[in-house]
Design a binder for this molecule. Structure first.
Ligand SMILES: C[S@@+](CC[C@H](N)C(=O)[O-])C[C@H]1O[C@@H](n2cnc3c(N)ncnc32)[C@H](O)[C@@H]1O
Length: 198
């Protein structure tokens, strides 16, 4: 299996001006052009799900999920960056069904079978390649039976990770791909527990 080194390592406690600008642009355009289309392609939400936004960053995706959970659902964003979570908290102030947590998903006590949907957008490639497997295993543990993990990752050699690595990590954690789309720059996929038929 090819593994990526992801040459553009980011410091999310002190993000560059360019990254901060990108986050502000996402806040204006992201819901319409990135998050909603991604969620809809994956099957969308009924509205009552418990959702984890892993690596929620500035919370733009979390905010979009929150507004789509119209039937009692809730969303929890988790991130390791206090800087990004500060932005997320501000953006989610008016969203009673959304909360954010700071910390390492492998150590946070989120229970088992806790989430119907786990969304991860542009996160896994930013984690050290030798730690990715333990993160994916932690995500698989907190996914409910019949739950889904929604993945969106860049796949360029200069910035991203190979599609085969994503599939191999998921497979090792007992997950299989049920939907995917890849275009050489980006991979989008949906995973469920192996052997489930729904
Ligand atoms: C490129 S940003 C994407 C943020 C968000 N998902 C979005 O759609 O804008 C990557 C985020 O992943 C977070 N991150 C990196 N490593 C992480 C880890 N081990 N656990 C949780 N979050 C992590 C970073 O702090 C950062 O906020």
């Amino acid at each position: 299996m090819k593994e990526s080194g992801n040459s553009r390592k980011m410091d999310f406690e002190r993000p560059s001006a360019l990254f901060r600008l990108e986050d502000r642009l996402k806040a204006v355009l992201g819901e319409r052009f990135l998050y909603r289309p991604f969620y809809e392609k994956n099957g969308g939400f009924r509205g009552d799900e418990r959702v984890l936004d892993f690596g929620c960053g500035g919370g733009v995706g979390t905010r979009c999920i929150s507004s789509l959970l119209t039937h009692g659902g809730s969303v929890t964003g988790v991130d390791v960056s206090s800087f990004m979570l500060e932005r997320a908290r501000k953006r989610l102030r008016e969203h009673a069904n959304a909360a954010v947590l700071h910390g390492d998903i492998r150590a946070l006590d989120l229970g088992t079978d806790a989430f119907d949907v786990i969304s991860e957008v542009h996160v896994l490639h930013d984690i050290d390649s030798n730690e990715r497997a333990s993160y994916v295993e932690a995500l698989a543990l907190i996914l409910r039976p019949e739950g889904r993990i929604w993945v969106l990752e860049p796949t360029r050699q200069s910035h991203g990770m190979p599609v085969e690595e994503i599939r191999a990590l998921m497979s090792r954690a007992g997950l299989e791909e049920v939907l995917h789309e890849a275009n050489g720059k980006e991979y989008r996929g949906v995973f469920r527990r192996k052997g489930e038929t729904t």
